[in-house]
Design a protein around this ligand. Structure first.
Ligand code: GLU
Length: 506
């Protein structure tokens, strides 16, 4: 049996951390077992359809490097991979369930359903469900005669098909993370399987598609645990119990107060979506990890550790190492707390760890957005090497290294002024002039000139480093100052020193 897993998003909005982690665990599991990872778009609820959401999901997966083997985009033998394009397949199964007495037609109108809720509500149960007690009092094929049902169907009376939840039964299954789980069927309602418009609900579609797509393991968020009994019964009632996938319900991701939400991101200033997302209906914007400056390598590494560990102290993993070590049994059931500081720590570690060429690919577009075009890759590589440790996020690179590519717009002369004097002015004037006459431009030549002029003027070299840094960089930051001079070149170094001297006079 070859492993086939799926991620089954509804295209209703941005892809949050929990969603990407579900993708990741599916992906790692599939790769670990040499199986296939499938993405199926679950868009049966047309009222929740959001323009652009499907493409956005695929863009996120591409950015994370978690591309599926089969999907609407990638093709495959089990398509279509979008439920709205599979509509015709579902009704048949709903009808089979009715024929075998596991489901029934329900003709209740909206008003009748409202009346039912009104009439049956109690303080303890303010919104009564259509369950084994209530169904006995409603207009459905369990209570009508065969002739009445036939007549209603022939007259095309709007109806749904509901599952008939058994009474007094216990439904059990083994979750790969949570172990034995059991449910009392009396507590569940008779979920709609096929809607009046002929579309299946999620419950029917997910079971039919997992079966038809030969899914062997179904991993999804903990919020779906309460739906599991309906799904298990459908697998059984459709006669597919032996083919039923193994289930795992992944732990919640927790924010500063309970389940991590979009609002937490806005409130505490961290991203919760993989990539920037603007809801086309409300124009609400949610920030993404990508645009915030995270490396995909760091993002998936951090996500992998939100709920899983390898059983060792190791925290930094490449994707291939994650594939090698991952096992669903090591995912814990308790909620995993998201810590933004830790997320940044992962990114910083990856800024140091990644191959220069890979880092360059991520940095170039950011520089370009900030008006810096690179034509000398070797030069960029040297600078990346020099400042990568100073950057927590990719976006820090612009601030930490922009001065290598552009003359700083402002120079923080206030940082120089308190200790500025005539001697220092003379030093820098002379230093700039000698730099301008150097025959060779390298670290030793620059440093020797600096020391000689300092000795000549009788000033401690240590007192000159800070002003020189501010002159070259614009502020009190950046790597070793002679290295900066060497990299930006003779002309630019001299120009910057002279400009600063001019500003200090003004
Ligand atoms: N369509 C469901 C969702 O939006 C999928 C749940 C499942 O994987 O069964 O998350």
């Amino acid at each position: 049996m070859s492993v086939r897993v799926r991620f089954a998003p509804s295209p209703t909005g941005g892809l949050h951390l929990g969603g990407v982690r579900t993708v990741l665990y599916n992906y790692l599991f599939a790769r670990h077992h040499g199986g296939k990872f499938i993405v199926r778009i679950e868009d049966t609820d047309q009222t929740r359809f959001v323009e652009g959401a499907e493409q956005y999901i695929f863009d996120c997966l591409q950015w994370c490097g978690l591309e599926p083997d089969e999907s609407v985009i990638h093709g495959g033998e089990y398509g279509p991979y979008k439920q709205s394009e599979r509509k015709e397949r579902y009704r048949k199964y709903a009808e089979i369930l009715v024929t075998h007495g596991y489901a029934y037609y329900a003709f209740d109108t909206k008003e009748e359903l409202e009346q039912m809720r009104e009439a049956n509500k109690t303080p303890e149960n303010p919104s009564p469900q259509y369950d084994h007690r209530i169904r006995k009092k409603m207009r459905n094929s369990l209570n009508l005669t065969d002739a009445e049902v036939k007549e209603l169907l022939e007259a095309n009376t709007p109806h749904v098909i509901r599952i008939k939840m058994p009474e007094n039964e216990v439904v059990q299954f083994t979750d790969m993370i949570r172990g034995e789980i059991s449910f009392d069927t009396n507590l569940a309602d008779d979920k709609v399987l096929l809607k009046a418009d002929g579309m299946p609900t999620y419950h029917l579609a997910v079971v039919v598609d997992d079966y038809l797509m030969k899914i062997t393991h179904a991993f999804r968020g903990e919020e779906w645990l309460s739906s599991a009994p309906v799904h298990l019964l459908l697998w059984k009632y459709l006669g597919w119990e032996k083919q039923m996938p193994q289930w795992a319900h992944l732990p919640l991701i927790l924010g500063p107060n309970g389940k991590l939400s979009k609002r937490d991101g806005a409130k505490y200033g961290f991203p919760v979506f993989a990539m920037n997302w603007t809801d086309p209906r409300s124009n609400e914007f949610t920030e993404g990890f990508k645009e915030k400056g995270f490396l995909p390598e760091a993002f998936i590494n951090m996500l992998a550790m939100l709920g899983w560990n390898a059983g060792t102290e190791q925290e930094l993993f490449t994707k291939n190492e994650l594939i090698e070590h991952f096992s669903m049994e090591r995912v814990h059931a308790a909620g995993a707390k998201f810590d933004y500081e830790k997320a940044k720590w992962f990114n910083h570690e990856w800024m140091k760890k990644l191959q220069i060429a890979d880092l360059r690919l991520q940095i170039e577009p950011i520089l370009s957005t900030n008006g810096i075009q690179i034509n000398d890759t070797a030069y960029l590589d040297r600078i990346i090497e020099l400042v990568r440790e100073r950057c927590t996020l990719l976006t820090d690179f612009v601030q930490q290294a922009g001065f290598f590519f552009q003359t700083p717009e402002t120079i923080d002369t206030d940082a120089i002024k308190p200790k500025w004097n005539e001697e220092k002015k003379q030093f820098f004037t002379e230093f700039a002039s000698q730099l301008n006459q150097l025959n060779e431009w390298n670290l030793t030549a620059i440093e020797t000139t600096f020391k000689n002029v300092a000795a000549e003027k009788n000033i401690k070299a240590g007192e000159l480093q800070l002003p020189m840094r501010v002159m070259l960089v614009g502020g009190k930051f950046g790597p070793a100052v002679f290295q900066i001079a060497e990299l930006i070149g003779m002309e630019e170094s001299v120009k910057r020193i002279e400009k600063a001297l001019y500003l200090l006079e003004a």
